[in-house]
Design a protein around this ligand. Structure first.
Ligand SMILES: Nc1ncnc2c1ncn2[C@@H]1O[C@H](COP(=O)(O)OP(=O)(O)O)[C@@H](O)[C@H]1O
Ligand SMILES: [Mg+2]
Length: 324
């Protein structure tokens, strides 16, 4: 396994109290595989990814327990210097907002080139050629001319392609893309997502695709891990989830995807809001919003039940959900 997160717990200590952002997350991704991590805003998706990348805000963040095995090594046991070497070269991250991740006063050619001068000791001229090659790879038209331009001279979609190029530069084994298309309009979203999926296959990378939008992952993900209040509540091959969700929260997310054949109809929304992470509800954290909740859900925290060999659901009533 390329990456395995085991029983990860992360909390934030703030003046108002302790926010339990990640509460025993387990997930894994292999080379050539795409894992989509899904859930509403505030469910702990980014914090988990930041812990994997080693870029968590500490303090106020604190990893209180767990393991993050990357190519068999527990990253949490490495020195910062060793982790820095892994970052960029062996795992890279793509963020939602390219404009704030790119340096506004450096041309994109210089920024892409820096990956090769700094990490690979290349000459500036060779690095520039590599930058053009990468821009071609992510299909930025007229790469030879545009390599001299600055980030603000590119459209949102093109900037996101530059971010993908930066992430790919050193051919990492793992890419984590955190809401990579959220800031783009819908047609551009699909193009960027397709490109990312294509490059992932071509380079045989592991890809963790974080999104709050189930609609964008159907064609690109192999597996889906659904997060709620810092836990994985359902984990399954993508086709299983679309066929029939085994958790009422997943069902809620599925039902809130806008569908072309229902244009004009009011969109379903899960009632209520995700919990405050300083006061996570007892039992199943989803129970106050769940249409299927029973007494046991308010008192007993559901474990991740085995639905099948490759599928788990943290719902006491997963059978009813699956067949209902
Ligand atoms: N820098 C921070 N300081 C304090 N709390 C934070 C910080 N980053 C994240 N959190 C807490 O962790 C929760 C989960 O955040 P995050 O992982 O970013 O959610 P998402 O699923 O939307 O990516 C937030 O709602 C917040 O309570
Ligand atoms: Mg996030």
């Amino acid at each position: 396994m390329l990456l395995e997160v085991r029983d990860l717990h992360v909390e934030f200590r703030t003046r108002d109290g302790v926010a339990k952002a990640v509460n025993g997350v387990n997930y894994a991704v292999d080379a050539g595989e795409t894992l989509a991590v899904l859930g509403e805003s505030g469910s702990g998706k980014s914090v988990t990814a930041q812990a994997v990348m080693g870029i968590l805000d500490m303090p106020p963040g604190r990893i209180t327990s767990g393991e993050i095995l990357f190519q068999g090594k527990d990253l949490l046991k490495l020195k910062e210097e060793e982790r820095r070497k892994i970052r960029g070269a062996e795992m890279a991250m793509i963020f939602q907002d390219a404009l704030s991740s790119l340096n506004p006063v450096l041309s994109v050619g210089d920024q892409l080139g820096e990956m090769f001068t700094v990490h690979r000791g290349m000459s500036r001229k060779d690095a520039r050629a590599k930058a053009v090659e990468l821009m071609d790879r992510v299909r930025i038209p007229a790469a030879k001319e545009r390599v001299k331009q600055y980030p603000h001279q590119f459209s949102g979609g093109m900037r996101q392609r530059i971010m993908i190029a930066m992430a790919l530069a050193l051919e990492p084994a793992l890419i984590i893309a955190d809401e990579p298309t959220t800031a783009l309009d819908v047609t551009v979203q699909a193009q960027v997502m397709d490109l990312l999926a294509e490059l992932q296959r071509e380079y045989n990378m592991g890809l963790i695709l974080i999104t709050h939008d189930l609609g964008v992952v159907a064609d690109v993900a192999d597996r889906i891990a659904v997060m709620y209040a810092g836990r994985i509540v359902e984990s399954a091959p993508v086709h299983d989830i679309y066929k029939a969700p085994a958790h009422p929260y997943t069902r809620g997310l599925l039902d809130s995807i806008p569908r072309l054949d229902q244009k004009g109809q009011e969109l379903y929304a899960i009632k209520g809001l995700p919990p405050n992470l300083m006061r996570i509800p007892s039992g199943c954290a989803f129970h106050p919003r769940c249409p299927m909740a029973q007494d046991v859900c308010r008192t007993d925290e559901p474990p991740l039940y085995d639905v099948s060999e490759e599928r788990g659901s943290a719902c006491h009533f997963w059978r009813e959900c699956l067949h209902g």
